[in-house]
Design a protein around this ligand. Structure first.
Ligand code: PEP
Length: 249
């Protein structure tokens, strides 16, 4: 099954009203391949979601960077999946390594979040990836398989999931994985999906790469058979994000 190229922009905890409007102007004026060819989703901080949604071109979509694990209520500081749906936000990023590391989000907690978000009708960019120490000790595949399993254990339908392989050592470091390193893990992950979830899910689920992707390195990475797009942090705040979108063709 053909997998449509996917490019996500994770703005993380960045931006002012003025900066956000500037980024949107750049995106709105950009000439990029049609939405039949590439799916583009930008993820601003919660506070800017309504602004971005109202200004952004209609062929691009918006994602939140997180949501609460269950129905909303007495959870001070959290934002629920229901609220995102109510605002018309179609996507959410879950399991980002910064949240796993800094906020102690476990594999099981991420799996619960993914399941709840899907149950409310959100589409999910689910992030997994190994640390440098884990890579150097040869446990990359065991780590990402355990992270994928914690999600697979909680869901039955993969239609609304994009899996983002984001090696922690490559995030925000300028040390991008080589195309061969990315392809190796993506192919293994696809095999893991085939063996543990099913052949259809394995062939249809988009596995995107994240970690220091920029306008200069995207094209080569995009050429790998199992790299179905990117999740982009730092470069998604810059005009070169448009070049990354264009790497779809
Ligand atoms: C990310 O935060 O998801 C990411 C991939 O960041 P960067 O592109 O800055 O490495």
């Amino acid at each position: 099954m053909a997998r449509k190229f996917f490019v996500g922009g994770n703005w993380k905890c960045n931006g002012t009203n003025e900066e956000v409007k500037k980024i949107i102007t750049t995106l709105n004026e950009a000439e990029v391949p049609s939405e039949d060819v590439v799916e583009v989703v930008v993820s601003p901080p919660f506070v800017f979601l309504p602004l971005v949604k109202s200004l952004l071109r209609s062929d691009f979509n918006v994602a939140a960077q997180n949501c609460w694990v269950r129905k909303g209520g007495a959870f001070t500081g959290e934002v629920s999946a229901e609220m995102l749906v109510n605002l018309g936000i179609p996507w959410v990023i879950l399991g980002h390594s910064e949240r796993r590391a800094l906020l102690n989000e476990s594999n099981e907690f991420v799996g619960d979040k993914v399941a709840y978000a899907l149950s409310q009708g959100l589409k999910v960019i689910a992030c997994i990836g190994e640390t440098l120490e884990q890579r150097e000790s040869g446990s990359t595949m065991a780590v990402v398989a355990a992270q994928a399993k914690a999600i697979a254990d909680k869901i039955t339908n993969w239609d609304n999931i994009v899996l983002a392989y984001e090696p922690v050592w490559a995030i925000g470091t300028g040390k991008v994985a080589t195309p061969a390193q990315a392809q190796e893990v993506h192919a293994e992950l696809r095999k893991w999906l085939r063996d543990n979830v099913g052949a259809d899910v394995a062939s249809s689920t988009r596995i995107i790469y994240g970690g220091s992707v920029n306008g200069a390195n995207c094209k080569e990475l995009a050429g790998e058979a199992d790299v179905d797009g990117f999740l982009v942090g730092g470069a998604s705040l810059k005009p070169e994000f448009v070049d990354i979108i264009k790497s779809a063709t």
